[in-house]
Design a protein around this ligand. Structure first.
Ligand code: CA
Ligand code: CA
Ligand code: CA
Ligand code: CA
Length: 299
């Protein structure tokens, strides 16, 4: 008789968790989302759970509620994630879901949060609350690349204003939001904007670097060496290069051999002027011509 009573009490305790539970208040809302390529599809969704519920603690577990975050893209509800250690009575927690939690779905899904009372004898459904709709995609589809380029209008001349135009190539929908131009190689931009003007104070080679950033802080930069021209003597060689070569930037023919510095292979060879060599060669060839035709000349 006594064993029978003990069994009856145990059965009452075990079955007590199967009755009467429900969600009593609160909600679940999307508080953050990540869209790496600006196409309004998200590879990360953060949901804030703030729920209270009545459940029944059983003898064998301090926490006996289970929370499921579920999604559907039109078909059956599927589990995105499961919280197995939800406290009894209510939960305050933020859950982060990534693209892989949605089983490869690309597009809109509806979300809901369901609460189960997980007792030893059964799982009692305490109800669900809707979270809302969000478009999702896997992380691998939520990336983008950005590259930069630029060009300019007109000739790069010393002390002359030149217009530079930036170009960009991107496979995401994120807009480029900044263009920084460094014209003197010191790492600090002199100009900002897609189209800018700049005036080089000195001729010769200069390094121009353009750095772009898009609305997701993706960066790209490009560096080009440009030749700025200043050629007051008109020999086709810019003054900075003439100074480096040792020719006179204000004399088109530094060694006075009749070949200007732009085409003279030895523009400073005063000892062996190339024009003299050419003159001697011409004289020899002309002499040879006269000698070979001497018999045909009239007496
Ligand atoms: Ca996206
Ligand atoms: Ca600079
Ligand atoms: Ca020159
Ligand atoms: Ca010369």
């Amino acid at each position: 008789m006594r064993d029978y009573r003990l069994l009856l009490v145990a059965a009452l305790v075990l079955t007590a968790g199967c009755t009467g539970g429900s969600i009593t208040g609160g909600d679940a809302t999307i508080v953050d989302r990540v869209d790496g390529d600006c196409d309004d599809r998200h590879s990360e969704v953060d949901i804030r759970l703030s729920l209270s519920y009545t459940d029944s603690a059983d003898l064998f577990s301090e926490t006996d509620a289970v929370i499921l975050v579920e999604y559907t893209d039109g078909g059956q509800w599927a589990r995105a994630t499961r919280i197995g250690d939800a406290p009894s009575g209510g939960i305050e927690r933020t859950v982060s879901l990534t693209g892989s939690d949605f089983g490869g779905v690309e597009g809109p899904v509806r979300l809901r949060v369901s609460v189960l009372d997980s007792d030893v004898t059964s799982n009692q459904d305490l109800g669900s609350v809707p979270v809302g709709e969000v478009a999702v995609e896997p992380q691998s589809a939520d990336r983008g690349t950005l590259s930069a380029g630029f060009d300019w209008r007109g000739e790069l001349r010393r002390n002359t204003t030149v217009t530079f135009v930036a170009g960009d190539r991107s496979d995401s929908d994120c807009p480029v939001v900044s263009y920084d131009w460094d014209f003197d190689g010191d790492g600090t931009p002199e100009r900002e904007g897609r189209t800018v003007t700049y005036r080089f104070q000195s001729d010769g080679y200069h390094t121009v670097e353009l750095t772009l950033a898009d609305s997701r802080d993706r960066e790209a930069s490009v560096e080009r060496e440009v030749l700025v021209v200043f050629d007051p003597d008109g020999d086709g060689v810019t003054s900075a290069i003439e100074r480096a070569r040792g020719t006179d930037p204000r004399d088109p023919d530094t060694d006075d051999d009749l070949f200007h510095d732009g085409i003279d292979p030895a523009p400073t060879s005063l000892l062996v002027p190339t024009g003299l060599i050419q003159g001697v060669l011409f004289a020899l060839l002309f002499g040879a011509f006269l000698y070979s035709t001497r018999d045909s000349l009239p007496p």
